[in-house]
Design a protein around this ligand. Sequence first.
Ligand SMILES: C[S@@+](CC[C@H](N)C(=O)[O-])C[C@H]1O[C@@H](n2cnc3c(N)ncnc32)[C@H](O)[C@@H]1O
Length: 394
Amino acid sequence: MTDVPALRQHATTATAAVWTFSKPGRASLWPVSLVAPTGCPTLPRRITVSRDGSGTRIECLTERQSFTSWWKGAPEELFDLLWQCHYGNTLVQTQQADWQTLRSARDANRVTIRRLTPSRTEWTNVTADAEARHTMTADDRQRLHEAFGMLTSDGQLRGAMADKARQVDRLVDRAFALDVIRSAHTGSVIHITDAGCGKAYLSIALALALQQRGVVVHLRGIDANEHVVEQAMRAANYAGIEHASFECSTIAHATPIPTDVFIALHACDTASDDAIRLALTCGAQAMLVAPCCHHAIQRQLREHTVPEAVRPLLRDGIQRERLGDLLTDAIRREFIRGHGYAVGLEEFISLEHTGKNVLICAEQRRDAQIPSLEELRAFTSLWGVSSTLLEPHP
Ligand SMILES: C[S@@+](CC[C@H](N)C(=O)[O-])C[C@H]1O[C@@H](n2cnc3c(N)ncnc32)[C@H](O)[C@@H]1O
């Protein structure tokens, strides 16, 4: 019979181990101290921790997204934090044995632990194995990193590009959770538009991952900067994207063409609004929009234009700035909802990799509850601001 301290010892001292926490219960909680190190904002549906000589890798799976990170602290500390989340099932696998733990739904302190014969046969490179479950394969990544000149002369990822590479990985994973992509199969055709594409890191990565699965991808990039448009075209050619075109244009002046997945990452200030408008006129099935700087609303926020009761929120510059961010994102979300989409704001990566880590994820839904734009107008006038999204457009 094994008790919890013995289980913890097996899990944290074995040369290689995989822990899986699943079945969160009603009493399960996700401690704040795990949000930043995992990048996962809410209680995951399942957590897989892989440990070997390379370190401790955590994969958190929520309903919509998977978050992967490396744990830098002691394994015991991680085990204790996860144990306190009160998952119903825990499986600890080592080369010696499996330990299966069931926790009573009624009384979280009632735990049954069974030792079973080891079920896992492959123990080489356990943490890399977890990596392989990501959408982008190692080959895709290599090709992508080469296409964008992200590698040093000895083939290592350049330090300055590590954050970008991680963001692209996460965003490709997120895109693969969209219904329109999940339902694609060999021979399906997917049209992707990337507005304010820059070098188009994400859209080329996504196109590559889809193409490798036999999906026919038509990729269109739009950017006002001619120089990056050329670079994106070269990278797409190197990566072997078969149907890619990049045009030098402002987003507001781009011609709408039918699109399945619309991407706009960090398009500056109100260019994100232009991107949202274009996505709607392109009839996008899904949008991934990561806003950049939010000056337009921030500039309009004044103490004398808002109700007296909320004026303290505008007394300091830093709060005005943050409030401006919150309002801008809320206005964009409600505007998109008002056009028949289910919309959520997510943090696609932890703040240490980019401060601009909010992603507006929207998917067209026939049954979506559509709030009226009048409600949104009432909301903006409460704050004494106006949004370009609500202005009449030609
Ligand atoms: C911060 S970069 C992001 C590039 C890329 N999306 C990424 O995440 O790597 C912003 C890009 O948006 C482009 N951009 C900004 N405003 C634009 C506009 N109104 N129309 C078209 N492109 C715009 C810039 O030229 C720049 O390449």
